[in-house]
Design a binder for this molecule. Structure first.
Ligand code: CP
Length: 317
């Protein structure tokens, strides 16, 4: 593996899940593979889980780890070519990236969509610049349009908790006070479409995701109907993708908040969310605290998904 930005980079998904479950049984089995190798994690945005789990994964593999928060202590970076740099950004990303590449062996990048330009976001301008100019293997720690470490952890969690060979998995939109990127639902759909699951997406009209990620998935606009017989409910907010509303909030309808009312029509479904989650906007206290909620083991699997990806990048150095 040379880069990790989407499900295809993992190759055979069943092999990837098997490798993840083996690593989970003995996460120090490959502690020599990263000896004298350095992992650099570059954050343009905040994080709790990604920061800790990815650093832990690197340490499990024997790596030295460094974290750079671009907006806290580093020079502010200009990201577009052709700009006259007479503003508040003293360094261009096209110098900064190859310099970062000099100090490490593998680079993780977190750079969210900023909703200023759909083209800039959906071309994955920032992470692609790292891939092009760093000279090092690059993996996404959530980019503008995808969060593949999260989706891989989600898939591992579903594999661990499923009670039927082909479970029904429902991705549901839920309300949120801020405009959030589509990265998590995009990658979740990307993975579920490749996995052996019955996958359904439900959201209000206007929240249709990009066709590239939805592919053949069933889209059901009636949330209660979508939840019927579900084995897993995956809740997430996202802002509108479709033009002319890209990046806008179209609804804050709290009847979409996942509560016991909707969970009652499922097949005693497990509740999932990538976290951080806003309680009583996305999900009620009762549902997230219920025995069917698996948000903590889901977060724990972030260490495992990161470890598989970093291990594969190290093996290809
Ligand atoms: N789920 C996730 O990526 O969490 P953080 O934003 O805290 O890293």
């Amino acid at each position: 593996m040379k880069t990790y930005t989407n499900v295809k980079d993992l190759g055979n998904l069943q092999d990837a899940i098997k490798e993840a479950l083996e690593i989970k049984k003995n996460r120090y089995a490959y502690k020599n593979i990263g000896e004298n190798k350095t992992l650099l994690m570059v954050f343009f945005n905040s994080s709790l889980r990604t920061r800790l789990s990815t650093q832990k994964a690197g340490m499990n593999l024997g790596m030295n780890t460094m974290v750079l928060d671009i907006n806290q202590g580093a020079w502010k970076l200009e990201t577009e070519r052709g700009v006259i740099m007479d503003g508040d950004k003293p360094e261009h990303i096209l110098e900064a990236i190859p310099v970062m590449g000099c100090y490490c062996d593998v680079i993780g990048v977190r750079a969210f969509a900023n909703f200023e330009s759909k083209e800039f976001d959906y071309q994955e301008t920032i992470i692609n610049q790292f891939i092009q100019y760093s000279g090092k293997p690059v993996f996404s720690m959530e980019a503008a349009t995808g969060h593949p470490l999260q989706a891989f952890a989600d898939l591992i969690t579903i594999e661990e908790y499923k009670k039927t060979p082909r479970p029904k998995v429902v991705l549901t939109w839920a309300p949120h006070p801020r405009a959030l990127p589509q990265a998590v639902p995009n990658s979740f759909a990307d993975f579920m479409n490749e996995a052996d699951v019955d996958f359904v997406i439900t959201h209000p009209h206007g929240y249709e995701l990009a066709e590239k990620f939805v592919r053949g998935a069933k889209v059901e606009y009636d949330q209660m109907k979508a939840f019927e017989g579900a084995d897993f409910i995956y809740a997430k907010n996202w802002a509108a993708y479709q033009d002319p509303n890209y990046g806008k909030i179209l609804s804050t309808d709290r009847s979409w908040t996942v509560s016991e009312r909707q969970m009652a029509v499922t097949n005693n479904a497990h509740f999932m969310h990538c976290l951080p989650v806003r309680r009583n906007m996305i999900v009620t206290d009762e549902v997230i605290e219920s025995p069917q909620s698996i948000v903590i083991p889901e977060a724990a699997n972030r260490e495992i998904s990161a470890q598989v990806v970093i291990k594969r990048l190290l093996e290809n150095l």
